[in-house]
Design a protein around this ligand. Sequence first.
Ligand SMILES: [Mn+2]
Length: 367
Amino acid sequence: MDFDGEDDQNKLKQFLQMLESRKGERHAVVMQDFPDPDAISCAWAYRQIVAAMGIETDLIYGGRISHQENLALVNLLKIGLTAIPSDQPLDKNRYQGSVFVDNQGTTTNLVDRLEKNGVPVLAIIDHHAQQDRLQPLFVDIRPVGACASIMTSYLALGAMNLAASNLKHKHLATALLHGILSETNSMIQAQPMDFLAAAHLQPFFDNDMLVDILHQQRSHRGMEVIRMALETREIREGFCISGVGYLRASDRDSIPQAADFLLTEETVHTAIVFGIVTHATGEEVISGSLRTTKSALNPDEFIKEGLGRAATGAFYGGGKASAGGFEIPLGFLSGSEDEELSKMKWETFNAKIRKKFFGSIGAEIPR
Ligand SMILES: [Mn+2]
């Protein structure tokens, strides 16, 4: 098996054809609000592929990077990303097109601002279940372990030939391999295409640098969130649910880390951790992560069925194999004027979310 199937070739051809007519432009390469190694490496790959075609890029995200390992990735490999906080308007004429990698516009608050500026959506390259938020010129959505594997297939088929002597290429190969490994739980959930991609990158990646990126220690706050998650967890039929209360935006990445940790308990096959995250604007959202080792459980369906839709008709979240996430904006209830009110607010959401998820597995509702 190799990347030379007709479908692979056709996809790349369409992609390059779309880019052919966009020379001289500047594109917004949009990652989810809390970019992970998969998204970061894909955005970087896009930048390097299109640079040769005379296309400039900003790699943008609307939230922040708080996971130690992701910070190490960006700093060690010197990947230039641009954070655009949700209260900051976009420069009106800066972008002639937008490209969404590792997302389809439903997990980034930049979508509305780009649309308001009339920026056309050029491409979606993703591996999550198909969503219909955007109508791009080019779509490549495949159910593989990592989006980085799709980008790597473009490289392998000739979009850009990696050279071991080129430091930028070496770093890109390292970032993409890290994306694939972190997204597939070290290849345990990898599809054949992920193995092909990893094999393609293997001759080029920087071993020492990958070790440095992976060996980051947890922050003190991260440890505290895990402690909270342990203390407040409830387990029913292998489902472990935990609410960790109020968090600063900079600690948001502790939520998936806590879910990963709860999943290591021997009777647990699925862990859900959530908290109220306060953004710099004062706006609050319930932010949650799901992790599962149960192959019969589809995180995308589970979250959509468990939480339902917002008034806008959009789902509160979704997922892919083995992982998912959700965000519930608190809107009018945002802001903590008063300690007593804040406490009541947390208790209400904490009880409601537990009830919804335990209800959807048919487990008895605690308390
Ligand atoms: Mn991904």
